[in-house]
Design a protein around this ligand. Sequence first.
Ligand SMILES: [Zn+2]
Length: 461
Amino acid sequence: MNGRIFGTFVATALAVAGLAQAQAQTRVQAQAQAQPPAQPPAAPQVPPPAGQELSALARLDPRASGIEDLAPEAAPGQTSGRAPGKVPERGAGQGAISLRLALSQPVPFRVFMLDDPPRLVMDFREVAFDGIDPAAIDRSAHVTALRWGAFHPGWSRLVAELDAPYVVASAWQETAPTRINVSLVPSDAAGLAAAARAHDSEATAGPWALPAPAVIPAPHPRQDGSRPLRVLIDPGHGGLDPGAEAGGLSEAPLVLAFALQLRDLLIRAGMDVQMTRAEDVFVPLDTRVSVARAWGADLMLSVHADAIAEGEAHGATVYLLGAAAAAAGHTAEELAARHDRDDLLAGVDLDGHDDEVAGVLMDLARAETGPRSDRLAQALAARLKAAGLRMHRHPVQRADFTVLKAPDIPSVLLELGFLSSQEDRARLADPAWRERMAQAVLGALDDWGAADAAEARLLRQ
Ligand SMILES: [Zn+2]
């Protein structure tokens, strides 16, 4: 058993490998488990990489890693090998699933289950998955989707979606060489639900918690031109959620590149700009809205470049909150549904945070925010058209996007184009085109900001 560490949390490695100051502020809480106590491993002392704040601590070796189905007879945790010891008998039912991750060094980690859909979530501090295709290690017939990547700064997450209920039978990290081994055994809906509930209380506290949605009692006052416009740019996706992928491009880095270009342009024009993410990191949808409200943004502009599976679509589209019109087809609904699903698969539970900010004041704010969002969308469509930028045949549409639901902040979602369209892909990848698009957005925000401020001053009189 030497060199084998049991426990959901392995509170080893914060001392390992010079953590950046920001990271070091977060402490990993060791947890009492019904398993042998954790032993600190002989962690190798690695000097911190120079000049890097958020360098990954451990690298995954895909060749020595794998997820496999075991024969039903095999006891959980019995095998750490790549190949099952026995061939499953026909009709013998489901066996355990064995997950093995070979890492360059030990990391603190945790494992938990979520349901709807059944999925295994693993958080690490911090594993580099860069450029490794999850398909390279997934050899299980019961893992229907596997994704990984940065989760929030300093943390990485792996999510394995399963085709049936499973629970964690064991999870441990061994050193020399470092491997994290997880064994999942078949369960039923009640067993999985109990496991997911057990995780709930721990997930909402401590260093693992995502930022809680901000609860702000009253809507903040609208801008009246007496100070610079506060623009929150929200680049879609990121981290373990790459967004749409087509033609060798993925949405998350593309929209981030555009957002950074736009940010610089708006700042030079004198606006006050924040971003929901400025790097390749996952930010849950409701956190994005919370950031807008906590900061007191005057408007929130989400930026995407999605793909459609069937049919043809080209050009930019501006989305407002609302039910999709029949004329615009199913695209809007599909996109909205997929965005929420991305969040769900990333291990975030979407359960009605809207309620926390309910109230008469918010209803009043909503009544005023809707028309202001409409005018923002129209200003964008007008400026894009004037700049000769290609727009979708329905340039302004409605969809039920979570990021459009701030009750008191005018919010629009700009689809720069469709990654599924070859022409749009070429435009999106062209910095000169992105600059023209950014200029058009700046023009629209100027137009809207001036008219919106004038209205605010009129309403006050
Ligand atoms: Zn998107």
